[in-house]
Design a protein around this ligand. Structure first.
Ligand code: HEC
Length: 172
C-alpha cells in the first residue's frame, strides 16, 4: 500500500481498525496497538502475493450489471441518506465516486474496501450488511466509477478480493 503523506492523515482510526480486522481475517496477525506502518507492511505482504499470482484489477470486468443493480437497490436503503442519492456525498459524508475516491482507492485491493464497508458501514449501525450485500455494493461503486461490468459476479470471498486491485495503473 503506497499512501502519500496527505493521504495518510486521512486514514481514520475507524478505517485503521477495519483494516486491522480485515488483515487479521486474511491470516495476518497484528498486535492490538498496530500502527499505520504495521498495517502498510502487512498489506505490502498481501500485495506481494498479488504479484506472484498476477495482477488482477477491477478494470478487467469483475462484477455483473445485474449485481450492480442489486447494489444500487441496497444503496438506496442503506447508504443514500448519508452518501447522497447520486453517490456524490452529502453534508455529513464523502463521495463514493469520482476523482477523489479513485485517487484514494486506486492501488488498494477490493478486500480492504470490503472489510471497511462491512465493519464500519452504515455508519449509524455497522456490521449488519450480509457478505452478499457488501459485494453487491462494491459492484455498484465500481460501476459508478466507470469500471466495466463482466460476465461473472464478484464473490464475497475476501481472500479473493484481496487479489483484485481497484485499478491496474500505478499512481504518479
Ligand atoms: C449515517 C451516515 C452513513 C451511512 C448510512 C453510510 N455511511 Fe459510509 N461514511 C459515512 C461517513 C461520515 C464516512 C467518512 C468518515 C469515516 O470514515 O468514518 C463514510 C465513509 C465511507 C467509506 C470510505 C470512503 C473513503 O474513500 O474513505 C465507504 C467505502 C463507505 N462509507 C461506504 C458506505 C456504504 C456502502 C454504505 C451503505 C451500506 C454507507 N457507507 C452508509 C457515513 C455514512
Amino acid at each position: 500500500m503506497l499512501l502519500g503523506e496527505a493521504e495518510k492523515t486521512q486514514v481514520t482510526k475507524k478505517m485503521l481498525s477495519a483494516m486491522v480486522g480485515t488483515l487479521a481475517l486474511a491470516g495476518a496477525t497484528l498486535a492490538a496497538d498496530a500502527t499505520i506502518a504495521d498495517v502498510e507492511q502487512r498489506s505490502g505482504e498481501v500485495g506481494q502475493r498479488d504479484s506472484e499470482v498476477g495482477q488482477l484489477s477491477a478494470e478487467d470486468g469483475v462484477y455483473t450489471d445485474e449485481q450492480a443493480d442489486r447494489g444500487e437497490r441496497a444503496y438506496e436503503i442503506e447508504c443514500g441518506t448519508c452518501h447522497g442519492a447520486d453517490i456524490r456525498g452529502g453534508e455529513t459524508s464523502i463521495s463514493l465516486m469520482g476523482r477523489d475516491f479513485m485517487q484514494y482507492w486506486r492501488e488498494e485491493s477490493l478486500g480492504i474496501l470490503y472489510g471497511i464497508i462491512q465493519e464500519t458501514m452504515p455508519e449509524d449501525d455497522p456490521g449488519r450488511l450480509s457478505d452478499r450485500e457488501t459485494v453487491d455494493l462494491i459492484a455498484m461503486m465500481l460501476r459508478a466509477n466507470l469500471l466495466p461490468a463482466g460476465d461473472e459476479e464478484l464473490e464475497p470471498d475476501q481472500e479473493m478480493l484481496f487479489e483484485i486491485r481497484l485499478t491496474a495503473a500505478t499512481a504518479q
